[in-house]
Design a protein around this ligand. Structure first.
Ligand SMILES: [Zn+2]
Length: 358
């Protein structure tokens, strides 16, 4: 595979600085598909979150994974169908999985998904019935499984099923079996997010590549597909917000309203591990940049005292994540555990209030 080029000024891979935009309204979007929004977020709390959900809701972890894989594959189908229709048709007929996988592998390395390699396909020529991939250090195994299942379904325009197994502590094998059952057009619907507000946040651009200078705090290990925050040591990855939204909505639909507080609590704990006290106390400007560099939205108001915290976020990516973040910030800054109330108000702004837990 070709070496992945990085910026000599800030170390960010050019695949990131050329293809993503950090916007003044607190969002991260793809240059070629501005409707596709992403967050750049700590990933190693996800497996803990699936586990917490299964415990809180009294279902097996396998069942939670099944729901995650199903909803993620649906979101991936919608995304690929919208962005790559011509390529998909060409790829399946002419280019084959090997070329497609090398593109997916390179993307996985810069996006922080881990190291993806194609294991093989059967039969070797023509329409494959079974395709094997290996992934080392996956950012989340069920999310990756959903991605791969969705990609195979779009390529083959047929339903697929999959199995996964751990080969050792880091490596997993995933086998996708393509069925004879055709995938109909209606499964490709895309849900677009609400309209976005303008914003006035200004980043300092890297003079070499134009990416926000704030990204120097993250390091890319491009041989393994691992991105880390050099201050907290925590791992991050880029996630499509529509896909994560689809996963949480599906979990709530299947498992009930207790999904929301469980996700919020997982993000509260994530914040306690990923953020320092000083950062939590960095005030409006500091927290505004911290949220925006992750694409979570634009903090437009903040007040924080030991008795109360109030925040308003325009263009909120995932309200549960932001509420968990607010709870974690309150706890770090005041030393007291908080309890939250929140609502989406006019124009889609998220209003959060945290008071000390009773
Ligand atoms: Zn740069």
């Amino acid at each position: 595979m070709k070496a992945i080029r990085t910026c000599s000024g800030c170390g960010v891979p050019l695949g990131i600085s050329r293809n993503m935009r950090w916007n003044g309204n607190g969002t991260i979007t793809q240059v070629r598909d501005p409707a596709h929004r992403l967050i750049f977020f700590e990933s190693d709390n996800l497996d803990r979150m699936w586990k917490a959900l299964s415990e809180a809701l009294g279902v097996t972890e396998e069942h939670v994974w099944e729901l995650v894989i199903a909803s993620k594959s649906r979101a991936t189908r919608a995304f690929l169908h919208r962005t790559l229709p011509w390529y998909v048709n060409l790829a399946a007929r002419l280019v084959g999985y090997r070329a497609l996988m090398s593109a997916i592998e390179a993307q996985g390395l810069v996006m922080g998904y881990g190291k993806i390699t194609l294991g093989g396909q059967y039969p070797r020529r023509g329409r494959p019935e079974r395709v094997t991939v290996f992934i080392e250090d996956p950012y989340s195994l069920p999310l990756f499984c959903g991605d791969f299942k969705g990609a195979a379904e779009v390529l083959e325009r047929r339903w697929a099923s999959l199995t996964y197994q751990a080969l050792d502590e880091r490596r997993h094998q995933i086998d996708v079996t393509v069925s004879d059952e055709k995938l109909e057009e209606e499964y490709f619907h895309v849900q677009d997010g609400p309209p976005r507000r303008e914003g006035d946040l200004a980043y300092t651009p890297c003079p070499e590549c134009g990416a926000p200078r704030e990204l120097v705090r993250f390091s890319w290990d491009l041989s393994r597909g691992i991105i880390r925050d050099t201050e907290s040591g925590r791992r991050l990855a880029f996630f499509g917000t529509a896909a994560l939204r689809a996963v949480f909505d599906e979990l709530r639909h299947e498992l009930g309203e207790r999904v929301t507080p469980t996700v919020i609590d997982a993000e509260r704990r994530n914040t306690l591990e990923a953020m320092g006290v000083e950062e939590a106390r960095s005030g409006f400007e500091g927290l505004r940049v911290r949220a925006a560099i992750r694409g979570l939205g634009l903090l437009t108001a903040l007040s924080l005292s030991p008795e109360r915290m109030e925040a308003v976020v325009a263009n909120p990516a995932l309200p549960e994540y932001l509420v968990g973040l607010a709870l974690g910030i309150f706890e770090l800054a005041t030393g007291r555990k908080g309890e939250s109330s929140w609502e989406l108000v006019d124009g889609g702004d998220l209003r959060i209030e945290v008071i000390p837990a009773s």
